[in-house]
Ligand binder design. Structure first.
Ligand code: ADP
Ligand code: MG
Length: 702
């Protein structure tokens, strides 16, 4: 019956049925019943006129209509009623539908419902709902009235909120006698465990709650169900992956790992680093492929964790690979890892696009012969001509720079099994998102900074304070430190691409006047330079030959210059929170005091102000990403669009995070006990999973 067409419903008919199809995509009873109200009118209480202020929410009043007068002519014509209760008088105003309203009787008692606003300097209610006071609507009908979304075209056909309500009432009237036909989707043990009401009751309650408690119970049940099936599906996929894809068993910890640990490691690992290493070790020992995402803020020490994971691969007789998104980053890793590997009898090589000819041929031969233990490189590493002897672990740095397809190619580097995969990202993903979008991956988080790290002092400044900014820069340069000045990149078009170079070049001109040669040297880097020029300018800064680096966001990708102590961000309001946080992470790596200065215009949107404030208030990447999520909603956070996590009708991963956690825990419990959902008590779940198609697309990260 739930699949019946809505055109059979009383009060619908062919014309309205068509409208519901084209406007809202509602064809069946099932879809109509899931067209939930978007808000409710609290008709359980009456307000007093004396309490009304101009920005009051919707109010319900009971009183007497005292007068009705028309003012104006033609399109400006309006009808004004004076309405009185025992506490005061308020004006009711109509601009449309005047003929209908005029049927109302002065002197009658009415219930008035509407939103107060200011008109002609007076508080009044425009187009209120009016009901004659009768026993029916003062006693049993007192309720939370549902309000449904409608469209212009629907309004034209009298399918307003009230019309929708009538149709849905008719629907419930029809299905109520057969409500056993509306199947329960959650087994009794879960309803009991989670303290949830039944499905039919929740559907009735979400449309026609008798009181607040009923409404809350209905919402809870429906949201839980939405979260629960998403989690159940994702966790089951994850389970199948874990048991499905075989890979090498790394169960040995040997000379490489131990040698590094006792001789080369110059600091104590943080608790978070130890925990993550343990997780990785456990993964690689199972015989199933590791597919792990490692999140850690900039500077949290992901590299050493990656390196030690690679040492485990070496201890088990395998090779490792590390992919970086740019040549410069690959170089930096190469140098850094060689330092870490000192005295370890380990051959590290680097392969990038610039390695050519004989050197490249030799390198590839060594790699295939197993003479290279760790290959660091860029995209060049993905090419099919790059053949390993036995690749055991691939680490991918700065995950979001690589496409899924590129990563997948690394899988096929072995004839037998795919290598284990560790993907690292410095873009913190809020816990809530990680749970929903990446729920089917293993996620490790380094949520602790190495000791002694000082937070970066962050200031928000305007153009008028430019001299102060120059002063701070000069002080730092005098101490032998370096400075970044970053301009936003406008990517929309070629033409605008020129515009940001213009901003940058104008900035450069005034910077040169303030910091003249030969005492000061400035690097300039932007997207319209040839790669070789860009590279050369970067290298000058990395080597300390220039004190100031002026750039569009090209430096966003983790270039490491520990000597840099100030990050000036121009037009900071044009950057998102995640970008600002990434940029700020480029300074403060040398251990001393570091500064970030956010330059904006005076006029800022409230969003812009919030972003600047958040940056000044915290340096915690997870707090910043949570703020970003609140600001932009889950739909705009990278990687969420395809994941299907936005397909909820009611649930909201930000607002309802506790319910999300509860649903996830329940799904885990259920699957722990019965991974394939074969037990009798889980039959409903198995059926439900089969019926609803898979909506998320994050089966694999690589
Ligand atoms: P990221 O996570 O951004 O890649 P890195 O791995 O580059 O961070 O680490 C940043 C700096 O912190 C490096 O110089 C590294 O040697 C240092 N570091 C890492 N772990 C620790 C630790 N436990 N104690 C002290 N310093 C550490
Ligand atoms: Mg790094």
């Amino acid at each position: 019956m739930l699949n019946d067409s809505i055109s059979y419903l009383k009060g619908v008919g062919p014309a309205r049925a068509d409208l519901l199809k084209t406007e809202l995509g509602i064809f069946t009873y099932r879809q109509l019943i899931q067209h939930y109200p978007f808000r409710y009118v609290d008709k359980t209480r009456f307000h007093q006129i004396k309490d009304i202020v101009d920005d009051s929410e919707y109010v319900q009043l009971k009183g007497i209509l005292r007068r009705l007068d028309t003012f104006g002519e033609g399109r400006k014509k309006r009808l004004v009623g004076r309405f009185r209760d025992s506490t005061g008088v308020i004006e009711l105003v109509w601009f449309k539908g005047i003929n209908w309203v005029q049927n109302m009787a002065v002197g009658m008692e009415y219930i008035v419902y509407g939103k107060p606003s200011i008109f002609n300097d007076r508080i009044n209610i425009v187009h209120p709902e009016m009901d004659v006071v009768s026993p029916a609507n003062t006693t049993n009908a007192i309720t939370f009235d549902p309000v449904y979304s409608t469209t212009e075209k629907m309004l034209a056909r009298k399918l307003d909120a009230k019309g929708m309500k009538r149709i849905i009432q008719a629907l419930f009237k029809k299905i109520h006698p057969q409500r056993q036909l509306i199947p329960e989707t959650l087994p009794p043990y879960i309803l009991e465990e989670q303290d949830l009401i039944g499905r039919y009751t929740s559907l009735l309650g979400i449309h026609f709650p008798q009181n607040k408690a009923q409404l809350e119970a209905a919402k809870k049940r429906i949201k839980f169900e939405e979260f629960f099936f998403m989690q159940l599906r994702m966790l089951q996929t994850k389970y199948k992956n874990q048991t499905g894809v075989r890979s090498f068993i790394f169960n040995r910890i040997g000379d490489y790992f131990n040698g590094f640990y006792s001789n080369n490691l110059k600091f104590d690992l943080t608790g978070a680093q130890k925990r993550v290493l343990k997780e990785i070790r456990a993964d690689m020992a199972t015989g199933h492929q590791m597919n792990r995402l490692l999140q850690g803020d900039v500077g949290s020490g992901k590299t050493v964790v990656a390196f030690m994971s690679i040492l485990i691969a070496l201890d088990n007789g395998f090779q490792g690979a590390l992919l970086a998104p740019t040549e410069i980053l690959a170089q930096q890793h190469y140098v850094g890892l060689q330092e870490m590997a000192e005295g370890l009898d380990m051959n590290i090589a680097i392969l990038t696009g610039t390695v050519k000819g004989k050197r490249r041929r030799e390198l590839l031969a060594d790699l295939a012969a197993g003479k290279i233990d760790l290959l660091v490189g860029t995209h060049a590493l993905i090419e099919p001509t790059v053949i390993f002897k036995n690749l055991g672990l691939v680490v991918v740095d700065e995950q979001h720079r690589f496409g899924v397809v590129q990563r997948a190619k690394m899988w096929r580097k072995n004839d037998t099994h795919p290598p284990h995969i560790l993907v690292m990202t410095a873009t913190p993903i809020p816990r809530t998102l990680a749970m929903s979008a990446y729920g089917d991956l293993d996620v490790s988080v380094i949520d602790e900074m190495p000791p002694g790290r000082k937070p970066i002092n962050t200031f928000h400044k305007y153009e008028s304070q430019r001299l102060w900014v120059f002063g701070r820069m000069e002080e730092e340069i005098a101490k032998g430190h370096q400075v970044y000045v970053v301009y936003p990149l406008i990517e929309e078009s070629e033409y605008e691409g020129l515009a940001d170079v213009k901003d940058l070049m104008e900035g450069y001109a005034s910077m040169e006047r303030r910091f003249p040669k030969p005492q000061f040297q400035i690097s300039v880097v932007h997207g319209r330079q040839k790669p070789a020029d860009k590279e050369a300018e970067m290298q000058r800064f990395v080597r300390g030959e220039t004190q100031i680096m002026m750039a569009t966001t090209v430096i966003e990708v983790g270039v490491n210059v520990p000597n840099a102590s100030i990050m000036v961000i121009e037009n900071a309001e044009r950057f998102g929170l995640a970008q600002l946080h990434q940029l700020r992470g480029r300074v403060g790596r040398g251990g001393g005091d570091a500064y970030c200065i956010l330059m904006t215009g005076f006029k800022l949107s409230s969003d812009g102000r919030f972003r600047m404030q958040t940056m000044c208030d915290t340096t915690d990447g997870f707090k910043i990403s949570e703020a970003d999520l609140k600001l932009r909603g889950p739909g705009n956070i990278e990687g969420t669009q395809q994941s299907g996590i936005l397909n909820f009708k009611l649930a909201d991963i930000v607002q309802d995070v506790e319910l999300l956690q509860a649903a996830r825990n329940q799904a885990m419990l259920t699957l722990e006990e019965d991974p394939m959902l074969q037990q009798l008590k889980n039959q409903t779940l198995a059926r439900q999973i089969k019926q609803t198609k898979q909506t998320h697309g994050f089966g694999r990260i690589s």
